[in-house]
Ligand binder design. Sequence first.
Ligand SMILES: Cc1cc2nc3c(=O)[nH]c(=O)nc-3n(C[C@H](O)[C@H](O)[C@H](O)COP(=O)(O)OP(=O)(O)OC[C@H]3O[C@@H](n4cnc5c(N)ncnc54)[C@H](O)[C@@H]3O)c2cc1C
Length: 544
Amino acid sequence: MTATHEVTNQVPLPYGHDTAADPTLLAALHRAGAGWAEPELRGLGRLAGSEQAADWGRLANENPPVLRTHDRFGHRIDEVEFHPYWHELMRTAVSYGLHAAPWRDERPGAHSARAAKFFVWSQVEAGHTCPISMTYAAVPALRQSPSLAAELEPLLAATEYDFGLREPHTKRGLIAGMSMTEKQGGSDVRTNTTAAAPHADGTYRLTGHKWFTSAPMSDLFLTLAQAPGGLSCFVLPRVLPDGSRNRLHLMRLKDKLGNKSNASAELEYDGAVGWLVGEEGRGVPTIIEMVNMTRLDCTIGAASGMRYGATRAVHHALHRRAFGKALVDQPLMRNVLADLVVESEAATTVAMRLARATDLALAGDETEALVRRLGLAVAKYWVCKRGPAHAAEALECLGGNGYVEESGMPRLYREAPLVSIWEGSGNVAALDALRAMAKRPETVEAFLGELDAAAGADRRLDAAVAELRKQLSDLSDLEYRTRRLVESMALAFQGSLLVRYGSPAVADAFCAGRLGGDRGAAFGTLPAGVDTGEIIDRARPVPA
Ligand SMILES: Cc1cc2nc3c(=O)[nH]c(=O)nc-3n(C[C@H](O)[C@H](O)[C@H](O)COP(=O)(O)OP(=O)(O)OC[C@H]3O[C@@H](n4cnc5c(N)ncnc54)[C@H](O)[C@@H]3O)c2cc1C
């Protein structure tokens, strides 16, 4: 090799790590009473940190799915072909129970355990987590029709990934999708025009056009359509009980900003056969059960992306030198890295708190159900909103290398806005928090009770909660002020959790930089006196 080809000062490949060696995540797992899941989580973490899994993610994205509408003789087939590594990602996710498995798991903290695994595995590749989330989320909606749930739930919860279009009951495991959004309205689903006509055999025939239906090779979809009694929820299999294809035609796949490994389709229902879920006319309250679970996953997914970004940034800064020092020793870079880690830990903590609230609410805890109702809308808005800015800053820590595809950072950056759009775009998520407070004022009490559990621990948090109480009692221009109000609620929620459960250094930096008024708009503007060494260490990748 000639001297001109000597490579110096480039960082080692970021593989061979245990992605689950994440102190914030592990502490939250144990707090949720799900310590029993740690060995499995660590196994998944080692796989997630491997070069092999990174290759699965890279190649599934570099070889996006291809739509095959017809076979070579002109018959409609409506299929999507995926790269084999997409299937590896799906198989792993299903075998570790990241999909509907917790609905059949009696162990304490089953949903928290699943949330932790979802957090770890999403760091490999976010696209395939879309069908995994939708399969998870379909179960509570299906339970509105106990006989349908009894039939389908065991197959949705099965830990076997059985790809291919076959009649659902003949498969060893099922994947579910969601088909709500139409051209004229996604947020306002009441404008849906797809029609559902009752059929003599008790099923319905659906006719209409859906504008975004991701994971179109799923075995079944939950969908909304206008029945005689009003907007209603239906389940439609891709293959009917007689083995024929249901009349769900894939028109085209979306050419998306990111999320490339995953297919998102425009879909036409041409007299497709559907089964009613819940009651006619109660479509929104039925499918909202599904939407709430996917909102939880949007929050976990955004937090997971931040952890990936923060650990990649720290890894780079530990090994790259500039101006005579490792980057990690440059004071301004320490400020940026610490700020990224603080944001990431605040996001992880609140996401895992909401997973725990899910476990407890399902076990019948009414206060936890209220905290979850409001807390989820608040966190969905704020954590997802912070994702793109966090990804951009983490990418920049790698300099020019961060802008190059091989680093994985462009993929993170392109993916980041999605969770903020899906299942309630920013404004809609924030307005959902207002709706929760207006319709069920007891959610406010429960939420403030959660904040008060940290009272007296930090004066900056106490002041922020007092200020929030004032904001909440001001009813003027409420809708106009929603983002500001919900942001304040989210910051107080994160602060109260970090003060109680977080690393003292992270909690102090959060309160100083996010609640104390001493803040800049960009990352890397933490005030002096923060223990950056302790904070940065928490995102140092740990060898597997
Ligand atoms: C990659 C991807 C995958 C998707 N997969 C699916 C899927 O599988 N199934 C599915 O059903 N949908 C899916 N969607 C659609 C997604 O859920 C919708 O795009 C989303 O709900 C927003 O709806 P819309 O696009 O019609 O925008 P609109 O509803 O027109 O909203 C446009 C903007 O207006 C804002 N807005 C709306 N109402 C108000 C208001 N009252 N006040 C203030 N602002 C408001 C919104 O926040 C948004 O910023 C997917 C979208 C993407 C990008």
